[in-house]
Design a protein around this ligand. Structure first.
Ligand code: NAP
Length: 128
């Protein structure tokens, strides 16, 4: 779950059922072979980040947090780890949230992007 893959239906379903949601790849698995840079290079997020003196990643993480989800982000870099934790003493304005809501959706992490299109073999046992 991230600003470019909002999981709207899942979020509503979980809210209705009292299920807490955890968001993996909130930065779109930026820099990995199965993810992409769409979040950290998103113009709208960058514009909000610049205006607020934050990073694009912080805006994305703050948005996920404001949806009531836990964040499962990953960094091997100490400075980015600190940056990613520094999202709890500020909030997005209504105008900023509205801009994020309008971002077109793109499923970044797919099974095929992890396994490769030719490695994916599904076997269905008719007896199961
Ligand atoms: N259960 C599942 O099915 C599932 C699926 C996917 C992922 N996960 C788990 O969820 C966790 C997070 O997933 P993910 O690694 O895909 O998440 P992510 O947080 O969306 O992406 C991590 C990538 O973003 C970079 N990054 C981190 N902070 C940044 C920042 N402030 N600015 C710019 N780039 C930044 C990291 O690089 P640096 O390390 O260089 O900072 C890393 O390449 C992982 O532990 C993963 O194992 C679980």
């Amino acid at each position: 779950m991230n600003p470019l893959w909002k999981q709207k239906e899942l979020v509503e379903f979980c809210k209705a059922k009292g299920v807490h949601l955890s968001a993996y790849s909130p930065l779109g698995a930026n820099g990995t072979k199965w993810g992409d840079n769409r979040i950290v290079e998103c113009d709208v997020l960058e514009e909000i980040a610049k205006a607020r003196g934050k990073s694009t990643a912080q805006v994305a993480l703050r948005w996920v947090y404001e949806q009531g989800a836990s964040i499962i982000s990953k960094s091997f870099n100490k400075q980015r780890m600190r940056e990613n934790l520094d999202i709890f003493d500020w909030c997005l304005t209504e105008e900023e949230s509205n801009k994020i809501i309008q971002l077109p959706q793109h499923k970044g992490v797919t099974l095929a992007s992890i396994l490769g299109p030719h490695d994916l073999v599904l076997e269905i046992d008719a007896d199961l």
